[in-house]
Design a protein around this ligand. Structure first.
Ligand code: PGA
Length: 254
């Protein structure tokens, strides 16, 4: 499987600003054939970014989605709307959604079903807080998040899902998990998936690491066992940094 690098732009980039960054990344990707890249701009910039990356190896993701197809849900965006805007992927259950906007495991589960139903590939985020890690609860928390999020999905749906391990304490803090810490959790996630859907299906699912990924730590993290790619926040806002991270994941350049 090709490694996957996702750029989560969060609330950065207007409709007129975003295409410049997307263009720089598209250009830089021409020499990098061993990695798949996904950009997740804000909703309002999706269409503008899609126009720039269309026909290239760079794909589009939304940062969130609602679970209903339509209705009186002020401020929300449906899976079909994202599909029509050109999204192939959608980030679900990001820790900022869970913590700042009080999204529950159950909400995440509904979003997973709705996204898959509309033909979107979910990038499911899981991760523990520092307090939970300190108390030795990392495995328990992540197993719970996965169990609820994947409940109700068919066994073969796992092939359409990407999982991102994002320790909450590493997001936007400049304090990344070490390669060993990431790898230990990724191996547990892989084990969990194996028990859930069997060895072969579990092996087809990419597990990304996210949390303060920068050009200087991306190499070590991307080479860690069971790390199949990276989810990048802050460092995805500069084409140079983001491309340097992508290069670290490109097997051909190793
Ligand atoms: P960060 O964000 O790279 O800025 O830590 C990662 C994320 O939130 O996905």
């Amino acid at each position: 499987m090709k490694p996957l690098v996702v750029g989560n732009w969060k609330m950065h980039g207007t409709e007129s600003e975003a295409p410049t960054l997307a263009r720089q990344i598209r250009r830089g990707m021409r020499a990098l054939h061993g990695v798949e890249v996904v950009l997740a701009p804000p909703f309002t910039a999706l269409t503008a970014v899609q126009k720039v990356i269309k026909g290239s190896s760079v794909h589009l993701a939304a940062q969130d989605v609602h679970w209903e197809a339509e209705g009186a849900f002020t401020g929300e965006v449906s899976p079909k709307m994202l599909k029509e805007a050109g999204c192939r992927f959608v980030i679900i259950g990001h820790s900022e959604r869970r913590h700042l906007f009080h999204e529950s495991d159950q909400t995440v589960a509904k979003k997973m079903l709705a996204a898959l139903g509309a033909g979107l590939q979910p990038i499911l985020c899981v991760g523990e807080t520092w307090e939970e890690r300190r108390k030795g609860e990392t495995t328990r928390v992540i197993a719970r998040q996965l169990r609820v999020a994947l409940k109700g999905l068919g066994k073969s749906d796992i092939k359409k899902i990407e999982i991102a391990y994002e320790p909450v304490w590493a997001i936007g803090t400049g304090r990344n998990a070490t390669a060993a810490q990431a790898s230990a959790v990724h191996q547990r996630i892989r084990g969990f998936l194996k028990r859930l859907v069997g060895q072969e299906r579990a092996a087809s699912c990419r597990i990304l690491y996210g949390g303060s990924v920068k050009p200087d730590n991306a190499g070590g993290l991307s080479l860690a066992a069971e790390v199949n790619g990276l989810l990048v926040g802050g460092a995805s806002l500069k084409a140079r940094d983001f491309l340097a991270i992508v290069r670290c994941c490109n097997p051909i350049s190793l």
